[in-house]
Design a protein around this ligand. Structure first.
Ligand code: PPS
Length: 287
C-alpha cells in the first residue's frame, strides 16, 4: 500500500477509492431523489448483507440478479471515484445506493427529501475485529501494525470513514423519521427472516411467505459466501482473500476471541465517554 490517506472535513479516505473533488460534489451537488433508497453503514457493519437482501427483495426471491451482477453494480457506493457524478441523473439511477459516508458529509439534499435510508449498526467491538482483518487483506487500508495499535486508531477515528462514534451518533439523529429504518447486524443474525419482513414493510413491498423464505435463504452467510457476485472474489487486485476472506466469520461476539480484558475495559471506557448524552440503546448495551 504505497499511497497515504487524505482527509476530507476531518475524515480519512484512501485515494484509490475517493477524491476531494468528488466528495465535495457528493456533499454539495449530488441530488437525492424522493425514490432513492440508501444502504448506509459504517464499514464492516453488514453493508454487503443488506445489498443482498435488498436485491433479493427486488427480484422477489429469484437469485439470478444477485448471482450475475456484482453487488457494487447492484447498489453502487456513491463515494467511489466518478460514481456519484455518473449517477446524478434520474435515468442512471440504480434501485439502491450504498454509502459509508458520515452524515456530516452526506449529500445535503437528503434533508427534506423522501428518500429512504436503511442504516445498519453492529457491535463496534466486532466491527473493529472485522475491520482489523479487512485492513490486512485490502489495498484500501494501511496494514495495521498490531491489534493494539489498530484498536487505538479505531477509537480515535483515525481509520477510513472516520470515527464509529461520530458515524452512529450522526446518523441516529434521523431515528424516528418515517424514511429512516434502523437495523442491527446482531439482530439480523438472531432473526434474519424477521429482518427481511421489516425491510419489506419499510419499502412498501408486499411479498408472500414463500418469497420471504427465498430472500432469507439466499442471504444466509453460507450462501453469500459462495456467491462470487457478493464475496468480492472478482476484485482480486484490491482484496487478497488468501490473507483473510471477505466473508470471514459472519458472527456476533468474535471480539471475545481478540480483546484482552484490559483492552475490553479500555474500549468500554471510551465507549461510555463518547456515547454519553445519547439515549439510544443497542443490543450490545444490554449485555
Ligand atoms: S464492507 O467492506 O464495509 O462493505 O463490509 P460489510 O459488508 O459491511 O461487512 C462485512 C462483514 O459482514 C459479514 N457478513 C455477514 N454476516 C452474516 N451473514 C451474512 N449473510 C453476511 N454477509 C456479510 C462479513 O462476514 C463481515 O464480517 P466478519 O466479522 O469479518 O465475518
Amino acid at each position: 500500500m504505497a499511497d497515504d490517506y487524505f482527509t476530507y472535513k476531518g475524515i480519512l479516505f484512501h485515494p484509490l477509492s475517493s477524491n476531494e473533488n468528488d466528495l465535495n460534489f457528493i456533499e454539495n451537488e449530488f441530488q437525492v431523489l424522493d425514490d432513492d433508497i440508501f444502504n448506509i453503514t459504517y464499514p464492516k457493519s453488514g453493508t454487503t448483507w443488506l445489498t443482498e437482501i435488498l436485491s433479493l427483495i427486488r427480484s422477489k426471491g429469484d437469485p439470478t440478479w444477485s448471482k450475475t451482477v456484482p453487488n457494487w453494480e447492484r447498489s453502487p457506493w456513491i463515494e467511489v471515484i466518478d460514481v456519484a457524478k455518473r449517477l446524478n441523473t434520474s435515468s442512471e439511477r440504480p434501485p439502491f445506493m450504498t454509502s459509508h459516508l458520515a452524515k456530516s458529509i452526506f449529500p445535503r439534499s437528503l434533508v427534506g427529501s423522501k428518500a429512504k435510508v436503511i442504516y445498519t449498526v453492529r457491535n463496534p467491538k466486532d466491527v473493529l475485529v472485522s475491520l482489523y482483518y479487512f485492513a490486512q487483506m485490502t489495498t484500501f487500508y494501511k496494514d495495521p501494525e498490531s491489534f493494539e495499535q489498530f484498536l487505538e486508531l479505531f477509537l480515535k477515528g483515525e481509520v477510513p470513514f472516520g470515527s464509529w462514534f461520530d458515524h452512529v451518533n450522526g446518523w441516529m439523529e434521523l431515528n424516528g423519521q418515517s424514511n429512516f429504518l434502523l437495523l442491527c447486524y446482531d439482530d439480523l443474525l438472531q432473526d434474519l427472516r424477521g429482518g427481511v419482513v421489516k425491510i419489506c414493510k419499510f419499502l412498501g413491498q408486499e411479498l408472500d411467505d414463500e418469497t420471504i423464505d427465498l430472500v432469507t435463504k439466499h442471504s444466509l452467510f453460507k450462501n453469500m459466501k459462495e456467491n462470487k457476485m457478493a464475496n468480492f472474489s472478482l476484485l482480486a487486485n484490491y482484496f487478497d482473500q488468501s490473507k483473510s476472506p471477505f466473508m470471514r466469520k459472519g458472527i456476533s461476539g468474535d471480539w471475545k476471541n481478540h480483546f484482552t480484558v484490559k483492552q475490553a475495559e479500555h474500549f468500554d471506557h471510551v465507549y461510555q465517554e463518547r456515547m454519553n448524552g445519547f439515549h439510544w440503546i443497542f443490543p450490545w448495551d444490554k449485555n
